[in-house]
Design a protein around this ligand. Sequence first.
Ligand code: ADP
Ligand code: MG
Length: 293
Amino acid sequence: MEPLLELRDVTKRFGSKVALRSVSMSVSPGEMVGLVGPNGAGKSTLIRVSLGILTRDSGSVTLMGEDPLVSPRARESVGVVFERPSLPPSMPVISFLRRAARIKGASDEDVKRAVELAGLKGYEDRPFAHLSAGLKQRAAIAHAIIGSPRLIIADEPTSNLDPVERESVLELLVELKKQGASVLLSSHVLSEVLRVVDRIVVLKSGSVAISGGPEEILKGLRRVRVRTPEPEALAKELGSMGLKAATSGPEVIVQLEGNRDADLLDALAKAASKGIKIYGVDMVEPNIEELLR
Ligand code: ADP
Ligand code: MG
């Protein structure tokens, strides 16, 4: 099936600053793709170039089969949630969504569905200024899904939210995917994206550093933290048994390649038998810095 969004060798400069460097990526029907990278990596630029809001210096963009710079119409089948959604502070949620529906040629029934899906029932008459950050973000998503877009593009929809709100926004996006939409979700938090997407594209300084399924990305990434009063001695001991271990303050970080959990446990048992105390072992949450090293 033809991708809903496809970038090929896209380069974008702001003066002498290269924000996107020969980026190729795509979102196919039914897919939820995570666009992950630290601040300044080029996520928002990629999204704006994809929508034809920004011009590109070279390369091609196809959105719904068309170049968005040539056919702005292509954007009509895309629901966009911008990084900082501008919602009129004194306008009640429902008035805003109804207006949006009129502009998009969608029905009141569509508005109702968006309100229900986004979990905004009971908040319809509240002005945006009286909504929590999480509810505002869900209202922005409700706005994006009016008109049942085939593709939803959300730029860091979970940033500035507390953990509970983050979770509800991610769940909403997963639900939209279940109902048939494709999703491009950007975030600077790798661990949350890993849980919900089918595929991840990692941007580093404007280039695609890594891309693949969550499992693929996690492989070779698994790190374990061992707490011990003698980090140097333990790192040396583990190293001598062929494990990649390094001290990090009062801890030893072990990089597990492939399926070496058993090796690690054996090595820790051996170290303990030599008198090295081990206080605890736990997984290190994967983060982008780690992935990009
Ligand atoms: P991200 O969304 O991943 O944080 P951005 O796409 O916003 O990254 O930015 C990528 C790079 O491009 C950054 O170095 C940023 O400073 C630069 N940049 C983004 N927008 C502009 C602009 N309008 N003018 C100049 N530089 C910009
Ligand atoms: Mg951004």
